[in-house]
Design a protein around this ligand. Sequence first.
Ligand code: AMP
Ligand code: MG
Length: 360
Amino acid sequence: MKRKYIKPAGLLMAVCIAVTGLAGCGKEKVATRTDFALDTVITIAAYGQSDEGILKEPFNRIRELDGKLNAFSEDSEISKINAAAGLEPVAVSEDTFNAVKKGLEYSEKTGGAFDITIGPLVDLWKIEAPGEGVVPEQSDIDAARALVDYRKVVLDEAAHSVFLKDPGMKINLGAIAKGYIGDAVKSVLQSEGVERAIINLGGNVVLLGGKSNREPFTVSLENPEDPLSNGSISDASTLGVLRERDNSIVTSGDYERYFIGPDGKRYHHILDPKTGYPAESGLHQVTVITDVSADADALSTSFFVMGLDQAMAYIGETEGVEAVFVTTDNRIVATKGMEDAFIFDEQNYGNQYTLEFTEP
Ligand code: AMP
Ligand code: MG
């Protein structure tokens, strides 16, 4: 069976680069390459560059990291850690060690709303295979939930090893891997001398510089009520745009991967480790804007589980994090810092959503 830790293409362009943003760049040269990787559509556009060869190395790096971090490919380092759960520590590459370490930091910071040992629940719900989902038996949910505990991950800095204390435990970095990979791609581009670029890993967006020295990039925010179904950006229904530079923008939502249960309920892919069920926090979509993409990725998932109030409190205590939330009762709540950067499409969505900017 084909397995994936990333949302399948088409359902996942949570944030998409407006095509007009690329086309509207006047006469400037832009080297662009689109490819399928990480089980999604990846586009990298390097501004002021004419040689597409410059994009070869970034795509190689994506495949290299996918090979290490993907919990669903048997020979990944994450799978090796999982196979040795309860048995022995596994020495891993710097990339895998750092990604696990970062994930663990967020597991701690969020008190387990975010938990990288979510693997047994992910596998039970089969949320990587949308449309095939079945609501598991309560006893199976309880058994899987008992295996989810980030406090039982042991890192050894000297040996670069990772150990899962209990047999059956499984790390799944699905909520942070694309962010980590986005940061790595940005580093590769910078080392090649690229100063302005858009990296779009199936909706996880990383911006290097701006469209020009004066102009920011424009990134469209997908309407969670009418998400992209075919990956075609031009057909997207978008709530508005974010005008940003040198930032990463990552969205999590309950519409990205889900199945409808026999009870008519939507069972989606962001799980609450405390209940073992898809999180029901009153949020429909969370977009996080911050300069490191792994942080934005971890936080968008975390905030989705935590809900609006807890997420706002977290932002209030943290430097450099902005967010746009869409609630299940049709409110768009953005942090005060987004007042100039988020341009709501009032004309098309003013009837459907209310917009407020809040001081976290
Ligand atoms: P994202 O799309 O970044 O919000 O990440 C969702 C993915 O992360 C899911 O498909 C799971 O693989 C994994 N995941 C689900 N719930 C959690 C959670 N509470 N903590 C960490 N990872 C999770
Ligand atoms: Mg995430």
